[in-house]
Design a protein. Sequence first.
Lengths: 383, 261
Amino acid sequence: MELTLSIKQKQLRRMARQFAKAELAPIAKEIDEEGRFPWEAVEKMGPLNFFGIQAPRQYGGAETDSISYCLVIEEISRVCASMGLMLAVHNGVVVHPISQFGNDEQKAKFLSPLVAGEKIGAFCLTEPNAGSDAMAIESTALREGDSYILNANKIFVTNGGVADIAIIFTSVDPGNVKKGFSAILVERGTPGFEVGLLENNCGMRANPVSSIILNDCRVPKTNLLGREGEGFKVAMAALDNGRIGIAAQAVGIAQGALDVSLKYAKERVQFRVPLAQHQAIQLMLADMGTMVEAARLLTLNAAHVKDRGGDLSCPSAMAKLFAGRTASKVASMGVQIHGGYGYSKDYPVERYFRDARATEIYEGTNEIQQIVIARELLKRGED
Amino acid sequence: MHIIVCLKQVVAGDRVKIDPNTYSLVRSAESSYINPFDLFALDVAVQMKKEHSGSITAVTMGPKISEEVLWEALTLGADRAVLLSDKRFAASDTLATSYVLGMGIRKIGKFDLILCGMRTTDGDTGQVGPQLAEELDLPYISASEKVEKEKGLFRVERVSDGFREILEVSAPALLTIASRTGVRLPGLIDIQDVFTRYFIECWNLEDLNADPNRVGRLGSGTWVDGLTPTAQKKSCVFIEGDARKQAKILLSKLLEKNLLS
């Protein structure tokens, strides 16, 4: 079993790390405080291929392996989780399902500008009454000639405030949601497409999470992704894949919290010695480092399974569950190491603490991951 | 125009580990990167290639893991990469290193310029550039800040003792680079492509036809007799309280140390 990164993977990681240090580190605090989407940094990501990390070459993507994808998301999130989230959602649950389920015309029309970073993607499943229970959606897409007429109220949409292309999960058969469950691509600017108020979230504040409302929004039938009734398959494939990215994001947050805690522990003097010389602090740092490494290995393992074409559900659910919990736990321990300063907005660990919490909730809560994992475990026979 | 850039893999300052027997640095892939001054040299080469066309060869001496810095050089714009690697090169001082680099460059062939970083962030001797110029009998300009090609000559600006000197030198020549330039990041596609398009050429003592008595410890004119860490005197003081109180304390501390007049 090979557990060493290749030189190529390390070079890809190095580039992402350098970009994050140069372009995101100086603004991460400010954009969190202002809740501002940093276009000035985002515009530099397109030419570096961050918007199509694994997308096919044919459409301008870098077509990296999944391990490299995780390394890039981790490095960005290590410095700025909001931007890690923006990229993980754009790449993992928008570009990826369009690559997988889109036909040639859809790929040419939607994939190319998404991959170039000229357009930003959003994934719209959640509704006021449908979260973990995806089949409870109330949105509809009624057939009318060559068009669908969409009505939907999608909430907690990551990238919502800036998204140009949204994958809307809806039903073409209001009488039978399951049978009619479908994924339809809708472009911002289509009459009836409305971006609601931005969420005032606890963390990930530089990501414009919003609602997206569709009022009698008419889109051509050619915007149907996959077939009618195949929406659940599209959503689950996207989420199985997306979870790896969110796990990588959580690993990045945990690593970032560990980075700032190590720095602080070496600088801060109490009882005439740096905190790092106190065993109580060393024990925390040791546990944090061990958890981060374990979460990273689970995440890279899920990526490896994906590249080998194995069944992704269980490994990606395990990676996301463990990495999300690790991010929360490690960031919380980081706050503890910082003491009073850890509770202050003057130190970055507080931002990691807030950002980390979301990774246990979005793209499938911990409990949904547990259901996926348990189902898989119970299904397996004895070896 | 063919430019050769010499690179060194250095160890991150906070990851330095010293072999207790040989007093040499212990290198590992995880803690190493291209010496920053060598990156500036590479960047000068990339700019010149852009303006005048031509090619760049990156060369380094080191163990197998040093090929990582060569791959990085390829992602940043080098066209060819040569690793000079042999167990017998280990423990070379700057003199032996310059000899090995010189033999490597002789094998690489014709060139217009050799660019080296002015110094390294680990050894910090600044000797390899000038010694390599001696080895290859080349004209040499140190601490160059700006290089331009003009009518078959290179026009080089350097800052020395508060003066800006402008020198001209004919090809082939060796320059060490002191300017701090911003290195352009390659895209993910660029990096992916480098790994399908290029390979690292690896040459040992025999490939270079080098004299075994002039490399490694045998070929070194200096050796390290002892090494002890010096205590770091830097300490960090936290000033607490609200902003007004913190400012007051800071002011009194600065006045106390005569840092404000």
